[in-house]
Design a protein around this ligand. Sequence first.
Ligand SMILES: [Zn+2]
Length: 390
Amino acid sequence: MIKYLNERSGPSPLEKCLPLNAMLFSESVSLLQKLIATPSFSGEEDEAAEIIQEYLSGYSIKTKRKGNNVWCYNKYYDSAKPTILLNSHLDTVKPNEGYTNDPFCPEILGGRLYGLGSNDAGGCLVALLATFLHFYSYKGLGFNLCFAATAEEENSGYNGIRSVLPFFGDLQLAIVGEPTLLQMAIAEKGNLVIDGVCLGRSGHAAREEGDNAIYKCIKDIEWLRTYEFPQVVKGISPVKMTITVIKAGSQHNTVPAKCEFTVDIRHDDTYTQQHILDTIKNHVSAQIQVRPGSLGATSITPHHPIVKAGQMIGCKTYSSPTTSDQAWLSIPSVKIGPGNSARSHSSDEFIFLEEIKNGTKLYIKLLNTLPLILINNPIKPKNEINHFNN
Ligand SMILES: [Zn+2]
């Protein structure tokens, strides 16, 4: 039986040894300003990756790089200890047309730092980096840290985190930085995108000719709109299917021979993507194709020490409707970070400077609390980390 500490009895040894360095905060802000001023769309993060490498080399920290992914380890890395991955992404989406300011101008106004990628996920990235630096040269650390700034998160690209995971070495836990208002996402929905095609036969609209592909599609679309996968929990369906694109027809007097539609599917881990797909194929007449890059649902047990540590320091836990690089990880992970997901991909994106500061403090506190949770835990829980000794 795992015994968790219910309350703290003063600061941990790490907190006493390593107070939060105010310099780190101002450096984090300058670094983020530099990153904002450097366009880093998915697949084009080379300069941003260089900035991270340069910044770390200023601390004499050796980095590894593959493509536009950069990673490094704590100074006293010990392979006998568990390793925690601190990860966030370097890439941004393209600025939308609603911008009223320059998306690449990292202006600070009224406590807000504006710019593309400031909130998603620059704030998280620099806060995790500051956290890494905070612990970097601490000899008595009960764990290793692997900090990784990775590419192609926004497009779930092949050259992002999944291309470098095999090079990170053994990992036991990951903290993925995404804007969550510092709440801890302990489950993340998966995303599957499918394209459907219904084929009919063209003919003149004035005569009883042809076989209208739109009418065929309507039946499928109605099924997709109304079908409920059986295992509904608390009124929430485990699979949400939304028609987001439909294309058919070219002129008013011709019966269309082809109708295409796209379905965006969000799901938890109640059903596998294969099961969802098989169910759809069994019910619709359209030919179905799955788009590459589907992301599976993830979750971590609420009994995991990192979740307990988060709860102990006041983090709320929740299930996230959005996907992230967590989907590529096969180890326990949580998604947490400064900023607000609602501001991601929006115009005039910004992050409060206070959010970056609080995010850094929270990450540090979380890592300081984790060993305390395991102090009275002599048994290694399945798939969970142990032997965090300070
Ligand atoms: Zn993001």
